[in-house]
Design a protein around this ligand. Structure first.
Ligand code: TGC
Ligand code: FAD
Length: 397
């Protein structure tokens, strides 16, 4: 028996198959709606074009600041609005429904650069930088990865040394989101004793330069850069005074990974909704492809992955809210959700047939972006080893 469903009914079913939204608070519902409206109106119609152009649409930054997506979970005194982890997660979900590059911009600005200053900075640094960063007036980047140190950031080569009333920093960073559009870079470097230290480096400082990486076939809507620090001299007041050791940058990663757990839901949702709607209208062998058993199996596989992602993210948010979140839990969820979203992206692309390789549809763009999301903030393998160590107590790195 045929049960004809409207596009809106299909979308509603896919996005909330287990009615998880019935658990949302009014604030969660309102914020999700607000960001969705913005993304539907100002991002989705242009995302394919921006992605092809390979540039981040900087004109969106003031409005994103106005919507409060940069560090929204930080206290109001520092420009945040103290929202709950669940509200924050829903914001990231809705941004990544538009494009992973958009969520990445917000993650790097809020969860990496702002969080580093909030958690490890002096009171003066917090007040100088955070409110302006929350408004999007100062753009930040986070320089941890180097050309020869990615999964193993403890082997970084960037060095800092004291010289009178200053620190001198030398080294190179690679794959740095927002690097060439940033006003300040959070730079991680080892001191003479081998301890990792963090610095706020204004990007106009002499000896600092940033170059865009232009050869990307993924995350094309995001600015990605190489940073060069050639004897960059910054005042001692630019060191993050409370950051000592690798644990400092790694704790920032936990914040960003939490956002990715939610963001990937948005990308997967957009892929599944798009290809499910397509399946009801695309005719092959005289019938919509939605009537074919193999197509239905594919859609149900995608739906199951999406639902797992949603349930995992929600419980992670509850753990975060109650102050019980462990970084190994975030690793497990990042590993799962990034890979599940990537698989949904690949299946959606396939279901769209030839149209699936065109950026007239969202699937190929999401799919290509998710290759990065599966790799950055710790690869699938690295999270396997973090969780394995957490469960078995043995390091296998
Ligand atoms: P290890 O001994 O494991 O850790 C050193 C100290 O740090 C603590 N720690 C953490 N603390 C908070 N959150 C975490 N996620 C933490 N992970 C570790 C740890 O307890 C220890 O503390 P203590 O007090 O005992 O010293 O150090 P290791 O050298 O063995 O590290 C291994 C490993 C693999 C866990 C770590 O290096 C790692 O996570 N590698 C992946 C690197 C990575 O994710 N890079 C991301 C760069 S930023 C980015 O990709 C931005 S993308 C843009 C976007 O987000 O959109
Ligand atoms: P490698 O560490 O060289 O790994 C290569 C392969 O070896 C991977 O498959 C890895 O899983 C595997 N491998 C490594 N060690 C092991 C092991 N012990 N056991 C099994 N397998 C292993 N970094 C920043 O600091 N800031 C940013 O803003 C930022 N933005 C990024 C944006 C983009 C678009 C991209 C692509 C990356 C970004 N990164 C950023 C860097 C990202 O975090 C790293 O690329 C990532 O951590 C992996 O490091 P790597 O590329 O050096 O790979």
């Amino acid at each position: 028996m045929a049960m004809k469903m409207t596009e809106a009914e299909i979308t509603e079913k896919i996005e909330d198959f287990f009615q998880v939204s019935s658990l949302w608070t009014d604030e969660e519902r309102d914020v999700q709606h607000m960001i969705r409206q913005f993304v539907d109106e100002h991002v989705k119609p242009y995302a394919g074009q921006w992605w092809q152009q390979g540039e981040f649409p900087r004109e969106l930054i003031p409005e994103l600041g106005h919507l409060g997506v940069f560090g929204p979970n930080l206290p109001e005194a520092y420009g945040g609005s103290g929202v709950s982890p669940l509200v924050y997660g829903l914001m990231m979900q809705e941004l990544e429904r538009g494009d992973s590059g958009l969520r990445s911009f917000a993650s790097v600005q809020g969860a990496l650069a702002m969080y580093a200053i909030y958690r490890y900075g002096s009171e003066e640094q917090r007040r100088t930088y955070l409110p302006a960063m929350a408004r999007g007036e100062i753009i930040g980047c986070f320089g941890l990865t180097e050309p020869d140190a990615g999964s193993d950031p403890g082997s970084m080569l960037t060095r800092c040394r004291e010289d009178g009333d200053a620190y001198v920093i030398s080294g190179a960073k690679r794959w740095i989101t927002n690097g060439h559009i940033a006003d300040v870079a959070i730079v991680w470097a080892k001191d003479e004793a081998g301890a990792v230290r963090g610095f706020i480096v204004p990007t106009e400082t002499q000896g600092f330069s940033a170059r865009p990486i232009k050869t990307k076939a993924s995350m094309r809507m995001s600015a990605t850069s190489e940073l060069y620090l050639d004897d960059v001299r910054v005042g001692k007041d630019m060191r993050l005074p409370h950051a000592e050791g690798l644990g400092a940058p790694l704790s920032c990663l936990t914040q960003a990974r939490y956002g990715i757990v939610w963001g990937t839901i948005g990308a997967a949702m957009d892929c599944l909704v798009e290809c499910a709607r397509y399946a009801t209208t695309r005719i092959a062998f005289g019938q919509p492809i939605a009537t074919k058993q193999l197509v239905q199996e594919r859609v149900v596989d995608m739906q199951t992955r999406l639902l797992n992602m949603q349930l995992m993210a929600r419980q992670l948010g509850i753990l975060y809210q109650s102050g019980q979140l462990a970084y190994t839990q975030v690793s497990l969820a990042k590993r799962h959700n990034a890979r599940a979203a990537l698989e949904v992206g690949r299946m959606a692309r396939e279901l769209l047939g030839g149209n699936g390789i065109s950026t007239d549809y969202a699937a190929i763009r999401h799919m290509a972006n998710l290759e990065t999301v599966d790799t950055y903030e710790g690869t699938y393998e690295i999270h396997t080893l973090i969780v394995g160590r957490g469960i078995l107590g043995q390091s296998a790195f």
